[in-house]
Design a protein around this ligand. Structure first.
Ligand SMILES: Cc1cc2nc3c(=O)[nH]c(=O)nc-3n(C[C@H](O)[C@H](O)[C@H](O)COP(=O)(O)O)c2cc1C
Length: 368
């Protein structure tokens, strides 16, 4: 455990020493174009944020089937793998590590993203209950996904392994398995979206099996200390939240504690949506069952992040929205400089440089 009391104490993550504990959270920004190809614009964006202790990439789809967001990048072709290389190389020249976040959207998709307009897949045929999804053909109502056949699941696990191989070849320092926010793995974990009667459904152990198989497949590519998992025990994003959340996520953390993972990433804050099914789970809850590096996220300021580290309940804190509008977030925290106002949401997923690489650093804003 790393218990230093400031965001600026180094932290050991596997064999990497992070220069600080201000982590850039995974942020989908939709700048990869229709081909889902990393590019120079993305490189500039990540390089502007190079002072982060660790960058977690935007969620990156592991397969065509996993797609569910317009213009998010992929890691399912050799071309995409090659296109990530300039980004990882440039960051490494500045000694900034970067993990790739592995993504399969599951039911949070639409047939217009899929090969031959097939239905998206999920643990069970349960429709995501939200108004609409942004698709390549505009806003569309959600469709009822197709429940995966038991025999299809190894193929998806293999897609995670292949994506990890490509991530390794592309120079990433590790991978974060996106098991949060109502995407495919979360759809398997939670009873709300998993009504299966095979070995992937029913008991908590069975619902965890899909994630377990993915972790073990990824372990054939990277050692455990280059593999991380992200969970959202409190979230309602993508129509999630299950009554047994406490038991479920405690069990998952206990199981993950059997590996010497790089870190466990918990979206503990409630500012991105809370299911209100009971008391929220805290980092202290996870600390009781997880001995490794623990990363908190959601709604943190410099002060609340330091307080959490001081209490001993987090080693690292990831910042999402603050990194969108403050490329030099680390320097601002270090010097107690004021932050830029939050970015307008219209730029979160817009497709070009505006609202992406044009936020001034504190030094730049002083000059103008
Ligand atoms: C524009 C935007 C894109 C996001 N994309 C992702 C993503 O790709 N993967 C993920 O796990 N979370 C994603 N999130 C959630 C963030 O990682 C983070 O959990 C959230 O912003 C709360 O942290 P914050 O209060 O520091 O912003 C996204 C959030 C925003 C605002």
């Amino acid at each position: 455990m790393n218990n230093s009391h400031t965001l600026f104490a180094p932290c050991q993550v596997g064999n990497i020493t992070l220069k600080n504990r201000v982590i850039m959270a995974p942020l989908t920004r939709s700048r990869a174009g229709e081909e889902r190809m990393p590019n120079d614009l993305m490189k500039e964006y990540y390089m502007q944020r190079k002072s982060a202790g660790l960058i977690i990439s935007e969620a990156t789809v592991i397969s065509r089937q996993g797609c569910g967001w317009v213009h998010s990048p992929g890691i399912y072709s050799d071309e995409q793998m090659e296109a990530w290389k300039p980004i990882t190389q440039a960051l490494h020249e500045k000694e900034t590590p970067i993990f790739l976040q592995l993504w399969h959207c599951g039911r949070a998709s639409h047939s217009s993203f899929q090969e031959n307009n097939q239905l998206p897949v999920s643990a069970s045929a349960i429709k995501l209950n939200e108004d609409y999804i942004h698709t390549p053909i505009g806003k569309q109502p959600y469709e009822t996904p197709r429940a995966l056949e038991t025999e299809e699941i190894p193929r998806i696990v293999e897609d995670y392994r292949l994506a990890t191989e490509r991530a390794k070849n592309a120079g990433f320092d590790g991978v974060e398995i996106h098991s949060a926010n109502g995407y495919l793995i979360d759809q398997f974990l939670q009873s709300k979206t998993n009504h299966r009667s095979d070995k992937y459904g029913g008991s908590i152990e069975n619902r965890y099996r899909f994630l377990k198989e993915i972790v073990e497949a990824v372990l054939t590519v990277f050692p455990a200390n280059k593999i991380a998992v992200r969970l959202s025990p409190n979230g309602d994003f993508n129509d999630m939240g299950s009554p047994e959340y406490r038991e479920l996520f405690t069990y998952v953390a206990q199981q993950l504690n059997n590996y010497d993972l790089a870190y466990l990433h918990i979206i503990d804050g409630l500012q991105f949506g809370f299911h209100e099914l009971g008391e929220p789970m805290t980092l202290a809850d996870f600390r009781q069952v997880f001995d490794g590096v623990l990363m908190g996220n959601c709604g943190y300021s410099k002060d609340s992040a330091e307080a959490k580290i001081r209490e001993g309940n987090a080693d690292l804190i990831a910042f999402g929205r603050p990194f969108i509008s403050n490329p030099d977030l680390v320097e601002r925290f270090a010097n107690n400089w004021p932050l830029n106002p939050p970015a307008d949401m219209q730029y979160w997923y817009s497709f070009d440089a505006e609202g992406y690489i044009d936020f001034p650093t504190y030094e730049e804003s002083k000059k103008s």
